[in-house]
Ligand binder design. Structure first.
Ligand code: SF4
Length: 340
């Protein structure tokens, strides 16, 4: 039986309109053959879930992909769900939406690497994102990934490299990956969720608390759950939009657009919400502060009440207009494949 969806927000002249969606991350599985200490979803080689099928992906993605700038296959390690990865990329290609994947890149090494790259390119993948940091290093050292970046670039893929600012992060890594053939190498802070809650991060955070751009990228989980952001698995009461097996995925996304709490959090960030609540001693980490607020039904109720104030609504609408005009720190699309 279908779980009932919450009633939609009443619409009106001061309805809170969020900015357009950005990416649709699709987690094909929580499995990964690495077990990095900083994994924000605690992926392991043994992780199992009631995982989406290739047929479901082929139905869901064409229905909503055009609402996003790109679809990003992730996990866990997406290449461990090879058939579904190819099916998902083909579904995006069929409706003209760019697809990418976030991977540790080990599959770019050894026997069959060229065949795997051929299959991905044949499905329509033109660019891919590889992850590197001190936590990946014990499983796949930097020298091996630098070789892999060069191999993928030589095959014609545009390669992006995503680095995480851990305690041993070096600014020089980005230059090394660009020299190896990456078209873009960028750094992000570590989200203190999942296994990453156990990592000591003192002094590494630079991300502001006063907005949450991740809320422009709702995430589809392996079992069909659609979350408001990719770190929200533990915030089911407030950040779970519904399950794509129970409700049309387009309807779930439409509900996201009329959810004032999430729209407010995107504009003001957990820092802004803490200010509304008068919370003085909250965490200085974005997702941890979010959890401190959202796991308290009393705090959520006070926020919902405050969101009736017209001054606050005007502030949110203004911030979201700025978001809608914002340039994201990634290369312009579309990215080209190397000729013949
Ligand atoms: S701050 Fe909250 S909404 Fe934003 S990415 Fe973290 S968990 Fe998601």
């Amino acid at each position: 039986m279908r779980a009932p969806l919450p009633a939609p927000e009443p619409r009106g002249p001061d309805a809170l309109e969020p900015p357009p969606f950005e990416q649709l991350p699709v987690a094909l599985s929580w499995r990964c053959d690495f077990a990095c200490r900083h994994c924000c979803i605690s992926a392991t080689p043994e992780a199992t879930a009631d995982e989406m099928t290739a047929a479901e992906l082929s139905e869901w993605l064409p229905a909503v992909a055009r609402q996003f700038r790109l679809v990003c296959f992730t996990g866990g390690e997406p290449t461990l769900a090879w058939d579904r990865l190819l099916a998902g990329i083909r579904a995006c290609t069929a409706v003209g939406v760019p697809a990418t994947m976030v991977s540790h890149g080990k599959w770019l090494d050894g026997d069959g690497a060229n065949e795997r790259m051929d299959l991905l390119a044949g499905a329509g993948l033109t660019f891919l994102t590889l992850s590197y940091d001190e936590y990946h290093d014990p499983f796949w050292p930097k020298a091996r990934l630098l070789d892999a970046v060069g191999r993928a670039a030589a095959h014609g893929f545009s390669v992006w490299v995503k680095l995480v600012r851990g305690t041993r992060f070096s600014e020089g890594w980005a230059d090394e990956f660009r020299a190896a053939g990456a078209v873009w190498a960028g750094v992000q802070d570590l989200y203190e969720v999942g296994r990453a809650r156990l990592v000591k991060l003192r002094g590494t955070r630079v991300e502001p608390l006063s907005s949450c751009p991740s809320l422009a990228s709702p995430m589809l989980a392996p079992n069909g759950d659609l979350f408001a952001c990719c770190n929200a698995e533990t915030l089911r009461a407030t950040h779970l939009l519904g399950n794509a097996r129970e409700h049309p995925i387009a309807e779930l996304l439409a509900r996201r657009r009329t959810n004032p709490l999430l729209t407010a959090e995107m504009a003001l960030g957990p820092g802004g919400l803490a200010e509304i609540l008068g919370l003085k001693d909250g965490s200085d980490n974005l997702c941890r502060l979010c959890a401190e607020i959202m796991r308290s039904p009393a705090r959520v109720a006070r926020l919902r009440e405050a969101l009736g104030r017209s001054d606050l609504r005007r502030q949110i609408v203004g911030r979201n207009l700025l978001f809608a005009c914002q340039e994201y720190d990634v290369p312009a699309l579309p990215l080209r494949r190397k000729e013949g």
